[in-house]
Design a binder for this molecule. Sequence first.
Ligand SMILES: C[S@@+](CC[C@H](N)C(=O)[O-])C[C@H]1O[C@@H](n2cnc3c(N)ncnc32)[C@H](O)[C@@H]1O
Length: 290
Amino acid sequence: MTIQNLNEATSVTTTAETACCGSECCGGNRTSHITLQEVAPVTIHEVVQQRYGAIASGQSASCCSDDCCNDTSQQVALYETAMLANLPVDVTGLSLGCGDPVSIAELKMGETVLDLGSGGGIDCFLAAERVGSTGYVIGVDMTLAMLEKANANKAKMGVNNVEFRRGNIETLPVVDNSVDVVMSNCVINLSPDKPAVFAGAFRVLKPGGRISISDIVTEGDFTSELRADMSKWAECVTGAIDTEIYTGMMRAAGFTQIAIVDKTVAEKIVAPQAGMPRIYSARITAIKPA
Ligand SMILES: C[S@@+](CC[C@H](N)C(=O)[O-])C[C@H]1O[C@@H](n2cnc3c(N)ncnc32)[C@H](O)[C@@H]1O
């Protein structure tokens, strides 16, 4: 789908201007990194849901980018092998992330955790083990077929401290100041309104709470032609933004102690192509001040 197709979706274009990353909203002096004036957020949500709905219902075998992720062994290699010992293949086989946000979250017994874009639930189930029966894990995802998979996995595993909620990560169905840790694995790059995602994550965290993210980020920008390629957006490629812009948005939302824990070239996840910036898989942590 191209920007021309998107422009035909006139009913949704009115909200597009708020989903920018110009100098007005990113707290920096860099401009034009994700100018979405012509790209409708609702349409991006639709394209993303189509892709992940098809994956969840088995109509598509790949995960993030078609270029590289057909091999589930590559996906589960994101985690230390021992971490996955208690998870059934139905969970590990639907691992669609680009890193491991759970390990860096340093979860403790009794904590409440929120996973943005929980997919088949792999990080929720890993978190549930760590927070124990006195803790609680909420996964939010907008794709119905993905939620059905996650709930089927939950029933199969007999886990009762995990709940999956349907919703958009831009308008989280979670009460203010209620969560100890927000985590997310390869999802925020898919959002057409990243400042809203960070503002929502900040809102739901308790004071002193923390955020742990694995995500695709760039150094530099895509050409506008590539940026408008919605199929690549849904593959976790062209929705990705420059690391400095990304962390600038986190800072603008109120986060402090923002740290890039690691950042590795993501050529195995996203095949390089002319017009693309360097693409990385990064793990990022930050704190909501107490
Ligand atoms: C690349 S998959 C990652 C899934 C999971 N985090 C994992 O590591 O396996 C992206 C997931 O995020 C969901 N998603 C993408 N954009 C979303 C949004 N704006 N709101 C809610 N869910 C979203 C998709 O439905 C999909 O399940």
